[in-house]
Design a protein around this ligand. Structure first.
Ligand SMILES: Cc1cc2nc3c(=O)[nH]c(=O)nc-3n(C[C@H](O)[C@H](O)[C@H](O)COP(=O)(O)OP(=O)(O)OC[C@H]3O[C@@H](n4cnc5c(N)ncnc54)[C@H](O)[C@@H]3O)c2cc1C
Length: 439
């Protein structure tokens, strides 16, 4: 029996969770039961994989197990950008190898299509809009990234529009940035509302158990998952629990659980909205990877996302919330001096599974054990696509996207401690420092 010694335990302060429609979580699993299929983790990968397995095997029960409540974990804590374009932060122009970039672009668009189809089919109230995104710069470093990114988009043949600093206030209110690239393919949404809605509209042969943290696993002819209230014995297991997957006996020491922080203001009054100006719904990602993501939401709040910390056991340090809220406050004041009295209502953290070589894992780990883990910063679209495609592959289907994912070399091994923590902490500090005003 493998004891799982790291379990999710997110803070209770996520603004997306609290401002989306409340839902009744499904009961936790209890007692001892059996099923043919189990999917562990109900984020983008797990929700998509469970749905597709259930469609592929309509006569079987698919069990989906979530440690917390759907919409409470990372899947509901992100900035809500369902991005189509490759975003290879390891490449100078964010695009990198062209053949690979085209495949990533396809994959991400496939993920978007899957999400849009479910949102439309079930009327999920997650404010999903095809609004595009601005990638904006203020520092020379960021402007150089935009220039390189533009070249990358030209090589890829992807549409974009250059928006000058003078014109940006008509788009996003603030005159803070010097330039932006607008790319129209990104979809913005309320992430917690999205995953809550996906969970409430699963096929009838999916049984979702929430508040069921799996703390032990026994591999063999059958696989037994144990938790405080019982066991589940299954024929086939899909690990969809991101960086926590490395505590299940495979890929140990290959993921880097980084924590990202975000704050959401109260809704702006009508008078504040007219002082701000610009469009009423938009999203900005920073040209510099250490900078701030900023959004104006459907309910007229402003979201700021910046600052990072590293917690190898996957549990954030609550004390950092107040420390990083101060960073958010400074970033807000730089961008929105016309809104001096607007406070944050929520500040939260969420875990991102980074890998050193920016590769994720997709495929088979052992007989009857499959996984799609480590979608890095594009988990909304890539995670959704990976979940669907993993289920398709398990059902015997091959296609170009499956082959592309299977061909990944997978995540590199991390250096041992204390070198890992020293290296990651230095790199996070340096990334944030170098972002300068863009943070
Ligand atoms: C602040 C922030 C902003 C971000 N912004 C964006 C963005 O704008 N766009 C984007 O694409 N990505 C963004 N990301 C990243 C994105 O949220 C992730 O890539 C995505 O959630 C990964 O999906 P996943 O299904 O692989 O894993 P997760 O969403 O992490 O889901 C895994 C699930 O497994 C569960 N689990 C773990 N261990 C166990 C266990 N032992 N038993 C049972 N359940 C378990 C967890 O509770 C969790 O719900 C952001 C992340 C953060 C933190």
């Amino acid at each position: 029996m493998i004891q799982v010694n790291a379990l999710p335990d997110d803070d209770r302060a996520c603004g997306w969770y609290h401002t989306s429609q409340p839902r009744q979580a499904k009961p936790a699993h209890s007692g001892h039961s059996r099923a043919r299929w189990a999917v562990l983790g109900a984020g983008y990968v797990g929700l998509a994989a469970a749905r597709r397995l259930a469609e592929r095997f309509p006569d079987d029960e698919v069990v989906l197990i979530e440690a917390q409540e759907v919409g409470f974990g990372t899947a509901g804590r992100n900035a809500g950008f369902a991005i189509d374009l490759p975003h290879d932060i390891g490449a100078a122009d964010y695009i990198g190898d062209l053949a690979e970039a085209n495949k990533v672009w396809n994959l991400n668009r496939f993920g978007q299509q899957q999400l849009v189809a479910q949102v439309e089919r079930y009327g999920i109230p997650c404010e999903l809009r095809h609004s595009g995104k601005y990638q904006a710069a203020v520092e020379p470093r960021g402007l150089a990234v935009l220039e390189a990114y533009r070249g990358g988009l030209d090589r890829l043949g992807a549409p974009y529009e250059v928006v000058s600093g003078d014109d940006l206030p008509d788009h996003i209110g603030t005159s803070f940035y010097k330039e932006a690239l607008f790319t129209p393919g990104t979809i913005l949404m309320q992430p917690s509302a999205l995953v809550k809605g996906l969970a409430d509209n699963l096929p009838a042969n999916v049984t979702l158990y929430e508040h069921t943290p799996v703390s032990g696993v026994d591999y063999g002819d059958k696989i037994t998952l144990s938790h405080a209230g019982g066991t589940l014995t299954v024929d086939q297991l899909v690990l969809a629990n991101n960086a926590f997957g490395q505590h299940f006996g495979f890929l140990k020491g290959r993921f880097i659980p980084l924590f990202l922080y975000a704050s959401l203001t109260r809704p702006l009054t009508a008078e504040e909205q007219s002082r701000l100006g610009g469009k009423d719904f938009w999203g900005v990602i920073p040209a510099d990877p250490g900078g701030s993501t900023v959004r104006r939401t459907h309910d007229n709040r402003i979201l700021i996302r910046n600052s990072f910390s590293f917690h190898p056991n996957g549990v954030g340090d609550r004390r950092k919330l107040m420390q990083f809220r101060e960073n958010h406050r400074i970033s807000f004041q730089r961008r929105f001096p016309m809104l001096p009295d607007v406070d944050f209502e929520y500040t939260w953290s969420g875990q991102l599974a980074m890998t050193r070589n920016h590769q994720s894992f997709f495929g088979k780990l052992a007989p009857n054990v499959y996984a799609a883990l480590g979608c890095n910063g594009l988990g909304v679209t890539r995670g959704t696509a990976s979940g669907v495609l993993l289920a398709d592959w398990m059902a015997g289907e091959r296609n170009d996207m499956v082959d592309f994912l299977l061909a990944s070399p997978g995540p590199n091994r991390n250096p041992p401690e204390p070198f890992l923590s020293l290296g990651v902490n230095f790199s996070l500090w340096n990334t944030f420092r170098k972002a300068g005003l863009e943070a």
